[in-house]
Design a binder for this molecule. Structure first.
Ligand SMILES: [Zn+2]
Length: 434
């Protein structure tokens, strides 16, 4: 079997995860594990496997030492198929040097590349310098329990990872305005996701005799107040560092503007806020009112109005601060605030020896790229590992265009054969250097 054929075999198994426990197709995940066993026999022979939760896999590759164990992560589940695909989403079609399919980037690409690197190293008789753990979740896309259970298992065994590496950043082309070079972004923190429900109760009644400032009007007032008063902004260290490293590679006049901005956090923050919603989200915690409900009928005054609020908390802020901000800005005790989901931002991982190892491996395999830390906007399973390790990094060693990054979670997800093979080589070097 070639590495590409092994990867294709895994891509063809539709391991779609769902929040609906009843709709979960366990047989598909059993099939995935059987295929993994078939494709990577040495790995399954040498590494010790512990099952976590329904289909989470935790492998231990015993190293020469175990004082600085390392965890490499990925997940086997994928999001459902959406939109019109050029090639069948679970066909794993290879055409003109491109592999098409759901999961090529998120996240079977990393899972398969990690396994291939391990398999190849085992075939060469390699023993890693340190224990290497592979943690493959099965329900990352639905914020499931596999990763927290893997963390519990490691904690129970007294394993304190030197560093943890999960999916996240990439060798990203067109990532930065005015910079032609790709930027290899390594996530050192991720935003925390907290969700609130705002609720206003009232008398309701017939729509022909409404009272002023009923539940809907009161809720609308609260929402517009929130919209007008975002949280304070301050670009975190990782964002400042990203701009500092990228600025010299920008074209003029952007290079000039950026090199001035990175000298002052306040200036960079202001620039990001002016540059649009995406850059602005790098500089502050964001608050989005998402769901809304009021009366079920056109001629009935709502007795209750509710709104869902999704908050993405940036490192430096806390959940308590965000909720206090919401309460203060709404300034109305009639608007009840309930926490639906609680999530703090992940602490920033240091830019020390472990980061340098990941960065040096990246510079070796992608010498044309600018390597930098950054703040991840999305949530990954990696956040759970901050409980047992100070160094949690999020990096997928694949070159990705903007179109490829945008295909994640939508249609036409794909990776080039070349990028996939380079990814395997990257994981191999990383393990060899431990
Ligand atoms: Zn993923």
């Amino acid at each position: 079997m070639t590495p590409i054929a092994s990867f294709q075999a895994l891509l063809r198994i539709p391991t779609v995860s769902t929040r609906d426990a009843e709709a979960w197709d366990h047989s598909v995940f059993d099939a995935f594990h059987a295929e993994l066993r078939a494709q990577f026999p040495l790995l399954h022979k040498t590494l010790e496997l512990t099952r976590v939760g329904s289909h989470g896999l935790l492998f231990r590759w015993p190293g020469l030492a175990k004082d600085r164990p390392v965890v490499l992560m990925a997940h086997s589940d994928v999001v459902p198929v959406e939109g019109e695909w050029t090639h069948p989403p679970f066909g794993a079609v290879v055409e003109d040097g491109i592999i098409w399919g759901r999961g090529t980037l998120d996240c079977k690409g990393s899972l398969a590349a990690i396994c291939q690197a391990v398999e190849d190293l085992l075939a060469d008789g390699h023993t890693p310098a340190q224990d290497v753990w592979l943690s493959f979740g099965c329900n990352e896309e639905v914020a499931g329990d596999a990763a927290p259970l893997a963390v519990e298992e490691l904690r129970r065994r007294g394993v304190i990872p030197w560093f943890v590496l999960d999916e996240g950043g990439a060798v990203a082309y067109d990532a930065f305005p005015g910079v032609e070079k790709p930027i290899a972004v390594i996530g050192v923190t991720e935003k925390g996701i907290t969700s609130l429900e705002l609720r206003v109760d009232g008398r309701g009644g017939h729509a022909s005799t409404p009272a002023p400032l009923g539940p809907t009007a009161r809720l609308a007032r609260a929402i517009t107040r929130l919209d007008r008063s975002p949280m304070r902004a301050s670009a975190p260290d990782a964002t400042v560092e990203l701009f500092r490293r990228a600025a010299p590679h920008a074209k003029t006049p952007m290079r000039y503007a950026l090199s001035v901005a990175v000298r002052s956090r306040a200036l960079l923050t202001r620039l990001l806020l002016l540059a649009g919603p995406e850059p602005a989200a790098m500089a502050r915690s964001t608050i989005a009112v998402t769901t809304l409900s009021g009366s079920p009928a056109l001629n009935v005054v709502a007795a209750r109005a509710t709104a869902g609020v999704n908050i993405r908390i940036l490192v430096g802020d806390t959940m308590a601060e965000a909720i206090a901000h919401v309460r203060k800005v709404i300034d109305d005790p009639e608007v009840r605030i309930r926490v639906v989901d609680a999530g703090e931002p992940s602490p920033s991982s240091p830019l020390d020896e472990a980061f340098d190892l990941i960065a040096a491996t990246t510079e070796e395999h992608f010498p044309h790229a600018v390597t930098s830390p950054y703040v991840m906007m999305a949530a990954t399973d990696a956040r759970h590992f901050t409980k047992i390790s100070d160094r949690v990094y999020r990096f997928t060693p694949f070159e990705m265009t903007k179109a490829q990054r945008e295909s994640i979670h939508t249609h036409d997800e794909h990776i080039t054969v070349d990028a996939y093979l380079k990814g395997i080589a990257w994981y191999r070097t990383l393990i060899e250097r431990l």
